[in-house]
Ligand binder design. Structure first.
Ligand SMILES: [Cu+2]
Length: 144
């Protein structure tokens, strides 16, 4: 009887321990690939475009051959399209809700952006001159 009881406690504490361990390691990883050369189509490619709310780690890699890139994570309203400033050929970051960025990536460089995201719609974009207009943006959705 006593044996049974202590086994039960051991099992319960094992479950408790594993759920604590999980809580500290459940940061989801999303790979972000930045692609494109000057005057050619450019893109931000993700290995997951939808995740559940919580901590996220964006592992960003500039996979271009000879062009610097960056990535900015922006919170948007559902269905919102960010317009570029046609004179500056960039989006105006002052009017956007930035959640963070990995800037100044030379070709081959990598960087990480760690954030905690609530459910909603986001966009990952590169705001180097002309890059947004050349296609460097992709939607990202966080669900409950
Ligand atoms: Cu770029």
């Amino acid at each position: 009887m006593n044996m049974m009881k202590s086994c039960g406690i051991a099992a319960a504490s094992a479950i408790l321990f594993s759920s604590i361990a999980m809580a500290t390691t459940t940061s989801k990883v999303v790979s972000v690939s930045l692609l494109g050369e000057a005057d050619q189509p450019m893109s931000v490619k993700l290995d997951a475009s939808k995740i559940k709310a919580g901590p996220v780690e964006f592992k960003v890699s500039n996979d271009a051959i000879g062009t610097d890139h960056e990535v900015v994570l922006v919170k948007v309203k559902k269905g919102e399209h960010i317009m570029a400033d046609m004179k500056k050929h960039r989006v105006n970051e002052d009017t956007l809700t930035s959640m963070g960025e990995v800037g100044g990536l030379k070709p081959g460089d990598t960087g990480t952006l760690k954030v905690k995201l609530a459910a909603g719609d986001y966009v990952l974009l590169c705001n180097h001159k002309n890059h947004y207009e050349l296609g460097m943006a992709t939607p990202f959705t966080v669900t409950n």
